[in-house]
Design a protein around this ligand. Structure first.
Ligand SMILES: Nc1ncnc2c1ncn2[C@@H]1O[C@H](COP(=O)(O)OP(=O)(O)OP(=O)(O)O)[C@@H](O)[C@H]1O
Length: 246
């Protein structure tokens, strides 16, 4: 049994770099998200957000640097760290031939959840991710929005302390977007959350902290007010910082 370290933050990226040959996907990405904070991870297409999230969740190994979740080093204490993480990857769930019900049940059993725990959590995610109508339908036949919600249900299933959500509202209609934002807001009362998004109004709606990345490097790490910049407009400041300003 590995001793649980006392973390100063629930999510820590320390000098995380990922190289693909000579191409730099991320370089020296450093930030930490303290317990209970909801942080937005922003950046233009190809900035390195998904790569950083994969490094934090152990789906990729870094070329350099350390990822820690709840104080556990993802390279050497991955099993302990993984218990704390719910991860929504950018491309949604696999196992397209299964139904949300059979997939989530299988994933819960694989995590060692008891029948009673699993029943409680399946009821919770089916209701909170609005999956009841498609519970027994094959995932390959679901719309993009529903597939996204199956991914969200998977991330929430084991009631993790940390959520790493790669574009959680991508593909959702305005009603679903509102529901997912409300869910994130509620989850943010008890969990530590890092979410990537291209929807800048989402940042103001649910996040208290912003980490902006461009070309693999962190450009800004501050609160929403700092992200609004001197013109008090998050969108124009985003364009200015990332070189997309007119
Ligand atoms: N396996 C790979 N081999 C080579 N380059 C890669 C690989 N995976 C990602 N990249 C490159 O790394 C860079 C960062 O990609 P990443 O997916 O992290 O960006 P992102 O910020 O999540 O973008 P988006 O907002 O479009 O999802 C991109 O230029 C991408 O093409």
């Amino acid at each position: 049994m590995t001793e649980r370290p006392t973390p100063s933050a629930m999510i820590e990226a320390q000098g995380l770099s990922k190289y693909y040959g000579p191409f730099i996907a991320t370089e020296n990405v450093t930030f930490s998200v303290p317990t209970g904070q909801v942080a937005a991870f922003l950046g233009p297409n190809g900035a390195g957000k998904s790569t950083t999230m994969k490094l934090l969740t152990g789906f990729l190994s870094p070329s350099a640097g350390v990822a820690r979740i709840g104080g556990y080093d993802m390279a050497t204490q991955r099993i302990e760290a993984s218990r704390l993480i719910g991860y929504l990857p950018e491309n949604g769930p696999l196992y397209n031939e299964m139904t949300p019900q059979s997939l989530l049940k299988y994933l819960g059993q694989a995590r060692g959840m008891t029948s009673a725990q699993l029943k409680k959590r399946l009821d919770f995610v089916a209701s909170r991710c609005s999956l009841e109508d498609v519970w027994g339908k094959q995932i390959s036949k679901l719309s993009r929005g529903y597939r996204q919600r199956v991914g969200m249900a998977h991330a929430l299933l084991h009631d993790p302390a940390v959520l790493i959500l790669d574009e959680p509202t991508s593909g959702l209609d305005p009603n679903q977007t509102y529901q997912v934002r409300e869910l994130i807001r509620e989850l943010g009362l008890t969990k530590t959350i890092l979410l990537s998004t291209h929807i800048l109004t989402e940042v103001e709606a649910v996040c208290s902290r912003v980490i902006l990345i461009n070309r693999g490097r962190v450009l800004l790490d501050g609160n929403v007010e700092q992200m609004r910049g001197q013109h008090h407009d998050i969108e124009s400041h985003f364009r200015q910082l990332t070189g997309g300003a007119a």
